[in-house]
Structures are given as structure tokens and as C-alpha cells.
Design a protein around this ligand. Structure first.
Ligand code: SAM
Length: 220
């Protein structure tokens, strides 16, 4: 029931999502996405899964990096969001869109070279977030990683207030957890976890690795 309501909410949001993002921070948003893409650092031939892909802003960038031999898969549970993503990517032969809940990913184990999630993980309910992390780990190949990007706590007081409001809308327990120890949930599932902050200090990526691997292997 709640899930149905959430899908409806995101379907409605999909009509204005890109304009909304462009309105309040087009450059900042692109800088954050560039930070995520360079951290994921896809190679030709890779399979990259972007969960909670929304209107698919990252997909064309990944598509270019993985090339004809690679695959880019955008996953979202909102048909409205995926419709917009489809418009952006229908000319890209290596991009696939999948309607699914991230709590149960419809992929075989050990097939993804990287999984990313941009500005959406905090919006998952706690039990969904846990199922999602387990599913992501299952789908990742060994020595590969999950890249979860979110906003870092803003410096500006007004923006920080809005940031806290967004967290509060996800429930006070979730908010407390995110502010006090946001990597705990990742550490319970992944073999190693690290956090990197963008040069601007505005975004962060939590990287959960499936198995101890060489961090210098081109960011994977
Ligand atoms: C704030 S948008 C972020 C979209 C995109 N990643 C970006 O950075 O622009 C959150 C997205 O997560 C999706 N979403 C939320 N909960 C989900 C779930 N349980 N399974 C799949 N998608 C979900 C929503 O439909 C929405 O498209």
C-alpha cells in the first residue's frame, strides 16, 4: 500500500523532475554526476547498473564509457520516471531500462561490474535499504563495488535546514542513523567500505566493496 503511494508520488514527480533539478542546481548537479562517473570509472565492455535511476541522467554518460560491448541498466520502480529515461536513451543500443523494486533486483548473481545510486538511497525505507544492499552485493562481480552518492551536510545554514527537512521526511530514526553513522548499514553487508568527498565538499560517495580488492584498480 505504502509502496503504491510512493510509486504514484514518483510518477507525478517525473513530469517535473528534470526541470526541478535544472531550476535549483543544474551546474552543481552535473558536477556531482561527473564526480560519480569518474569515481565509478567504467571501462569498455563493463556492465553498469544504476539503481533508482529516475529520469536516467547518468545513463548516456555510462553508455559512452562502456561502449558497444558493454551494457548499462537503469532500474526504477516508477513507470513515469522510466518513461522520461526512455526518451533520453532510446537511441542508445547498450542502455536497458528495468521496472523493478531495488529490494529484489531481477538480475543473476555476479553480473555487474559496478552498481551506482545517485541521490536516492536516503529515500529508501530502512528494511528496503537493507534488502537493496544485499541484492546489490549479490549482483556484483567479485572485487567490484557499489557507489552510493548523496549530498554532504551543506555549509549554508538555509540549505542545511532544507537538507535536514529532507532527512526528517524519511523518519526520525533514519535521520539519526544517517547523521550519526551512515556507513554502519554498509559495513554490515560489504567487505570493505570507504567514503570519498567531492572536491567541492558538496557530495559524498560511499563505496561498498564486495571483496577486498585493489582500490587503485582504476577506481573499481
Ligand atoms: C530523487 S530520485 C533520484 C533519481 C536519479 N538517481 C537522480 O540522481 O536524478 C529517486 C528515484 O528513486 C526511485 N525509487 C525510490 N524507491 C525505489 C525502490 N524501492 N525501488 C526502485 N526505485 C525506487 C524513484 O522512483 C525515483 O526515480
Amino acid at each position: 500500500m505504502i509502496r503504491k503511494y510512493r510509486v504514484k508520488y514518483y510518477n507525478a514527480f517525473s513530469h517535473v523532475y528534470d526541470r526541478f533539478i535544472a531550476l535549483h542546481s543544474k551546474d552543481l548537479q552535473q558536477a556531482a554526476r561527473n564526480f560519480l562517473i569518474s569515481t565509478v570509472n567504467p571501462s569498455p565492455g563493463d556492465t553498469i547498473v544504476d539503481i533508482c535511476t529516475g529520469t536516467g541522467a547518468l545513463l548516456p554518460h555510462y553508455s559512452e564509457r562502456v561502449g558497444e560491448q558493454g551494457r548499462v541498466i537503469g532500474v526504477d520502480f516508477s513507470p513515469g520516471m522510466l518513461k522520461v529515461a526512455r526518451r533520453k536513451t532510446r537511441h542508445l543500443k547498450n542502455v536497458f531500462l528495468v521496472l523493478a523494486d531495488v529490494a529484489a533486483l531481477p538480475f543473476r548473481s555476479e553480473t555487474a561490474d559496478a552498481v551506482s545510486c545517485s541521490h536516492a538511497f536516503y529515500e529508501l525505507k530502512m528494511d528496503t535499504a537493507d534488502c537493496c544492499l544485499r541484492e546489490v552485493k549479490r549482483c556484483l562481480k567479485k572485487n567490484r563495488a557499489f557507489f552510493m552518492m548523496e549530498h554532504e551536510v551543506p555549509q549554508n545554514r538555509f540549505i542545511r535546514g532544507l537538507y535536514y527537512l529532507r532527512l526528517l521526511s524519511m523518519g526520525s530514526d533514519r535521520m539519526k542513523e544517517i547523521l550519526r553513522n551512515e556507513t554502519r548499514r554498509f559495513e554490515a553487508i560489504f567487505d570493505s567500505v570507504e567514503k570519498v568527498v567531492s572536491p567541492s565538499g558538496k557530495s559524498k560517495i560511499i563505496i561498498g566493496r564486495k571483496k577486498e580488492g585493489d582500490l587503485n584498480r582504476e577506481g573499481k
